[in-house]
Design a protein around this ligand. Sequence first.
Ligand code: FES
Length: 106
Amino acid sequence: MPDISFITPAGDVVGFEAPEGVSLMRAATGFGIDGIIAECGGQARCATCHVIVDEAWVDRLAPPSDEENEMLEFTAVPRQPCSRLSCQIRLTAELQGLVVQLPELQ
Ligand code: FES
């Protein structure tokens, strides 16, 4: 059960325990994190689950697929070097302590 922390655009930190094996998007929406819309339901086709991964964690994630990379060009807030689609991040025990930031808009 990895502990995940979301930093809101206002700078608040919201933490919760997430089940392993689900996507970060599913865990966040299940917990009621505001700011993850996930219109396409996790198919990497809407870019409304955009998160900015804390720099310390970026290299611990599997790299984005071509499909995710393409969709990251369509985020409401311009893509940043650590931008990812949360629906494409699968939670594992290794991601215990993961920190991500929510963009101001989805
Ligand atoms: S939920 Fe649509 S791209 Fe992630």
